[in-house]
Design a protein around this ligand. Structure first.
Ligand code: HEC
Ligand code: HEC
Ligand code: HEC
Ligand code: HEC
Ligand code: HEC
Ligand code: HEC
Ligand code: HEC
Ligand code: HEC
Ligand code: HEC
Ligand code: HEC
Ligand code: HEC
Ligand code: HEC
Length: 293
């Protein structure tokens, strides 16, 4: 903007001085005097025909195509290139020519970037001079999300959940590439919200019921829903009380471990054969109360 303004002010100043000159000069002076004047002026500055012609710069194009320039300057993104990088030829449009033959073709530089089904580039990119900012709105793109983002849409269908019924563009609203916060829709989640990662550690967003978690997950998170088990666990004086829920119920929600996974066979086989299992005597792993203890 600054540069353009400076150009304009230089232009205005030159025009102004030229204007004064025009006024001061006698308008109907004879040929002889004007030839003489032209010659004397020549001593100060060269005639155009003695100078090198410099190619038009992007700023020169901008003087006439200011609106195009403005679009690229404000929203062009990576298309902030010199005009002639794309328009190797220009001003060649005639009624007998096709428009598409005189303007640059996207595919010359980008090829069939999204594959052969997406060839009408401007139907989505909107404006050649601001291809990202000009993208059509999300509702229009919706029908094609799955054709470009095959991995995510496969996940959503392969793992049915409530999110499979939410449209891609209901979460990714506003503009292409936008990612929502969980709390936009889940105002009061069952555990504190710090950021999406804190939720997605357990719920991968496109398959939220494929719950995974680590051994370090604090018991408090489980306790929100399993309050009764948690209070039983912390009130026991047995050694299980100091363990994390997730240390025993590893990785996936609902996973139930076997006592032997950790303890092997702590009693004689003869004794164990007389019982159905460890919990016949130890009852509940969250309390470990033995009869009479
Ligand atoms: C990245 C490549 C690219 C750059 C850079 C670019 N253009 Fe274009 N321009 C195009 C394409 C492609 C079209 C044809 C769009 C269409 O088919 O409607 C076009 C169309 C035009 C048109 C006619 C349609 C309209 O929007 O008025 C003008 C005028 C124009 N460009 C001027 C410029 C100027 C001036 C600049 C530099 C300030 C520039 N272009 C920079 C690719 C570019
Ligand atoms: C003196 C003014 C002026 C300058 C300087 C100028 N143009 Fe143009 N240009 C026009 C006019 C007038 C048209 C035809 C009307 C329209 O499309 O706006 C045009 C049309 C165009 C078109 C569309 C049709 C075609 O035949 O290509 C493009 C592209 C274009 N100009 C690019 C450029 C580029 C690139 C530059 C700088 C290298 C430039 N122009 C410099 C005035 C100018
Ligand atoms: C003369 C070559 C040329 C033409 C023609 C051209 N582009 Fe580009 N385009 C580029 C370059 C160079 C980049 C920047 C690439 C980079 O930095 O990764 C780019 C980047 C882009 C980007 C990414 C922009 C961003 O800000 O991230 C999009 C989208 C795009 N082009 C779409 C189009 C479309 C649509 C057309 C046709 C209307 C088109 N291009 C025509 C050269 C071109
Ligand atoms: C159905 C809509 C649609 C069509 C048609 C389409 N695009 Fe795109 N294109 C997109 C979307 C959406 C993006 C992602 C934009 C972003 O990164 O935010 C994109 C991104 C791009 C990029 C940036 C590449 C990258 O990986 O970041 C380029 C370059 C591009 N398109 C060029 C083209 C060209 C050239 C055509 C025509 C051959 C075209 N597009 C047709 C929707 C479309
Ligand atoms: C024509 C292909 C195309 C279409 C249609 C398209 N996208 Fe994209 N999308 C892209 C490209 C290319 C990118 C940028 C490169 C990437 O990260 O894959 C992108 C990026 C994204 C991102 C950001 C990725 C990141 O890592 O930051 C999201 C989110 C997204 N798209 C969602 C959608 C949704 C939702 C739809 C449908 C409403 C959609 N896209 C339609 C091509 C497309
Ligand atoms: C319930 C909301 C929601 C729905 C529905 C949803 N997404 Fe997402 N999506 C997100 C969130 C949140 C992220 C950010 C994930 C991250 O940061 O890792 C994301 C990330 C993405 C990304 C970036 C790459 C990645 O996997 O992280 C793409 C592409 C994407 N989604 C496409 C889609 C498509 C296509 C659909 C529809 C089939 C869809 N999404 C449905 C919320 C959703
Ligand atoms: C655009 C709204 C929206 C966003 C954003 C969103 N969700 Fe949902 N989510 C829903 C809806 C609607 C349901 C179904 C009703 C409910 O359980 O509240 C749902 C259900 C769920 C479910 C239960 C799934 C089931 O099938 O029962 C989980 C888990 C979930 N969301 C986690 C998340 C996480 C984690 C995030 C952030 C990464 C998130 N959601 C972002 C709309 C959203
Ligand atoms: C330690 C893992 C874990 C974390 C972290 C976690 N969740 Fe959950 N979430 C679960 C489990 C387990 C369920 C119960 C699933 C079931 O019903 O089978 C669940 C259920 C849900 C449901 C279904 C409705 C309900 O309340 O029963 C929603 C919605 C949800 N979580 C959203 C979130 C959000 C948002 C966050 C982040 C603030 C989050 N979750 C963090 C494990 C977690
Ligand atoms: C948002 C509520 C919620 C959270 C948080 C939650 N659960 Fe659950 N959990 C449930 C519900 C509801 C069930 C019963 C329905 C089912 O089987 O999915 C359940 C069932 C279970 C089961 C028994 C499965 C069976 O087959 O009987 C175990 C084990 C379990 N949860 C462990 C955990 C652990 C460990 C955590 C913490 C990492 C946790 N849960 C967090 C809601 C939750
Ligand atoms: C994921 C591993 C794990 C599983 C599964 C597990 N335990 Fe334990 N258990 C431990 C650890 C660790 C200790 C403490 C050992 C120590 O500190 O010496 C322990 C201690 C005990 C003790 C001694 C308690 C005390 O306070 O002295 C008993 C009894 C016990 N477990 C019984 C069981 C029974 C019965 C089951 C199955 C219902 C079971 N455990 C399942 C890891 C496990
Ligand atoms: C020492 C390992 C261990 C710890 C620690 C542990 N559990 Fe368990 N849990 C088990 C075992 C083993 C079973 C299976 C008991 C059976 O078969 O009767 C079980 C069963 C369950 C069940 C399903 C049966 C029921 O009682 O409802 C839930 C839910 C559950 N645990 C949640 C939790 C939660 C929540 C925590 C943490 C507050 C936790 N567990 C801590 C080992 C453990
Ligand atoms: C017939 C009842 C009975 C059965 C069945 C039984 N236990 Fe025990 N177990 C006991 C008694 C009694 C003790 C000692 C009580 C104490 O020290 O509190 C004990 C102690 C233990 C201890 C603590 C040992 C130590 O050195 O501190 C572990 C661990 C244990 N049992 C695990 C198991 C496992 C695993 C099973 C199933 C494979 C099992 N028990 C089956 C009665 C039983």
């Amino acid at each position: 903007m600054k540069r353009i303004k400076r150009h304009l002010s230089v232009f205005i100043a030159v025009a102004f001085i030229a204007g004064i000159w025009g006024c001061v000069e006698p308008t109907n002076s004879s040929m002889v005097t004007s030839v003489a004047q032209a010659k004397s002026r020549d001593k100060e500055e060269k005639s155009p025909y003695e100078q090198d012609v410099k190619p038009l710069t992007t700023l020169d194009c901008a003087r006439c195509h200011y609106s195009v320039f403005e679009i690229i300057r404000d929203n062009g993104g990576k298309h902030q290139l010199d005009c002639q990088f794309c328009h190797e030829t220009f001003h060649t449009y005639r009624p007998d020519k096709n428009w598409s033959d005189v303007v640059p073709q996207c595919t010359t530089c980008h090829g069939e970037i999204h594959g052969p089904t997406f060839l009408d580039c401007l139907s989505c990119h909107g404006n050649a001079h601001m291809p990202i900012a000009g993208l059509t709105n999300m509702t229009t793109l919706e029908k094609d999300c799955a054709n470009c983002h095959t991995a995510q849409s496969a996940e959503v269908t392969q793992y049915p959940s409530a999110h499979s019924k939410v449209a891609c563009s209901d979460c990714h609203h506003t503009q292409h590439g936008y990612k929502p916060d969980c709390v936009e829709c889940h105002e009061q989640p069952h555990t504190d919200y710090a950021n999406n990662d804190s939720c997605m550690g357990c719920h991968p967003v496109h398959k939220p019921l494929e719950i995974r978690y680590t051994e370090e997950t604090p018991n408090g998170v489980c306790a929100t829903c399993h309050e009764e088990i948690n209070s039983r666990l912390i009130s026991t004086h047995k050694k299980h009380a100091s363990l994390q829920c997730a240390y025993c119920h590893q990785e996936t929600h609902g996973n139930i471990p076997q006592c032997q996974d950790c303890h092997g066979l702590p009693h004689s086989k003869g004794m164990l054969d007389k019982f159905n299992g460890c919990t016949d005597c130890h009852f509940d792993p969250h309390a470990l109360v033995l009869p009479g203890h």
